[in-house]
Design a protein around this ligand. Sequence first.
Ligand code: NAP
Length: 309
Amino acid sequence: MHNVVVLGTGPAGLTAAIYLARANLNPVVIEGPEPGGQLTLTTEVENFPGFPEGIMGPELMDNMRKQATRFGAEFKRGWVTSVDLNSQPIKLQVDGIGEVLTKTLIISTGASAKWIGIPGEKENVGKGVSTCATCDGFFFRGKKIIVVGGGDSAMEEANFLTKFASEVRLVHRRNDMRASKIMQDRARANEKITWSLNCTPLEVEATGMGVTGLKVMNNTTGQEEVIKTDGIFVAIGHNPNTSFLNGQLETDETGYLIVKPGTSETSIPGVFACGDVQDHRYRQAITAAGSGCMAALDAERFLESNGIH
Ligand code: NAP
């Protein structure tokens, strides 16, 4: 039986693993199908402190993994199919491993950006298509950008991107938007933002060198047009990766795990959550890493205070 199992190997899970390994708790880290998480989908990371020249996302994650390994964290590849969080020890069924028993569990399975699902989209991720304005906006200085979506994320990303872009065009499939009034008003007041409402994205156009346009259909007229652009930011929401929990932990109305404010404690003692699976607000590598540290310290204190380590 393990002291602690960490699910997920983004910045949250790997930071938790570093702290747990250095506390001699012999953490076992279960890596899913996307080792390293969302940062492995981005190129240069310029806002993670400690790297004055920036660092490539995959390299940053590789470094964190090596750091956790150096202190003795054990990595296993597998896909968690079900969990029993109410038993003690906690039981996990993991494809490729079998049953795993642990005294405490840290959930850092992250969130996955939603994609539109149109041709040319996935192929051009990192070449002009992005789901993270904070990560990639800087690369579009003086360029034309499209933001897809009609929620708060799209409004926020569009406003943020006007700091860099010469023009930001918001493309949304309906006339009405889900975004809160204040966010819409802010975006409408921004002279650099133009609007293509009631337009459904059909295809990303690109040369081998990068994105050149977005083909859309006007839903009123049925007419298709290509909007020329250098970059496309897809801001249509995220899905927290919690389906394997089968409703055993409290979530908010959008499915994100709820933690006790200022801690990583979930609704079940001994089960902790960190990173994007419990945070739709900040969603940054550095905030995920910080919350991973909190989860490790919380798990360590839980083991000590319950006299089970
Ligand atoms: P959201 O509110 O679910 O909005 C997603 C938007 O993307 C909708 O306009 C939706 O269109 C569109 N969309 C979904 N699937 C699409 C597809 N396949 N093709 C084209 N468009 C598609 O998601 P969100 O904006 O990420 O916000 C999520 C939550 O975080 C919300 O509660 C929001 O308030 C919160 N948030 C808050 C802030 C803030 O307060 N600063 C910032 C960001 C997010 P339809 O409307 O037609 O379905």
